[in-house]
Ligand binder design. Sequence first.
Ligand SMILES: [Zn+2]
Length: 216
Amino acid sequence: MTETPWSSFSIGTSVLGRSIEAHRIGSRSAGDQLLLFGAIHGDEPESAILCQRLLGEKVTCQTVVIPILNPDGLTAKTKDNARGVDLNRNFSARSWKAEHPPGYFPGTAPLSEPEAAALAHLIRDTNPKVLIAVHQPFRCVNWDGPAEKLAAEMAAIIDYPSVASVGYPTPGSFGACYGVDGGIPVITLELPRSPVEDDFVRCVAALRHAANYVTL
Ligand SMILES: [Zn+2]
């Protein structure tokens, strides 16, 4: 039997006015236990596809899924949002700074962008226990905050490496804000550049494991 979300809603709108859609799946509880999002970078379309595939799965905890955090970027096939901001540098982490390498404009201030602000407000209001961001193309499971064990377990299911760092600084990133500063387990699941069916199957299994992990 295919599961379907029991609740769908908009968490806000993008710079160009597109709705950012969220869906709740899994056992209903007092609140969201797990939060998962994809396509914060618009040039990582398979991250959205993985999130959408999880919507049809039975999961054990109340899970909120946002397949497309950056709908303008996904439509335009650009990493950044419509104002040229890398949304994964726009969170209110202590490490946020205005100076940046070319291609990583962090915005004029933390949460200056409506897409990052919508996600931050949802997390503030619902306090999920575990946060998962889906990206491409590094083919690994990266973690921030107290998530090393969960990252290792997910990596074993997917057969990707589990890594403490993606190899370069990420000031103002989602993981820096919620994992490093906030002390919440944050997983960054990096699909390969061109994932095949086996990647999706294994990653869905790992995401279901994360839901179980939160439930335990
Ligand atoms: Zn990315």
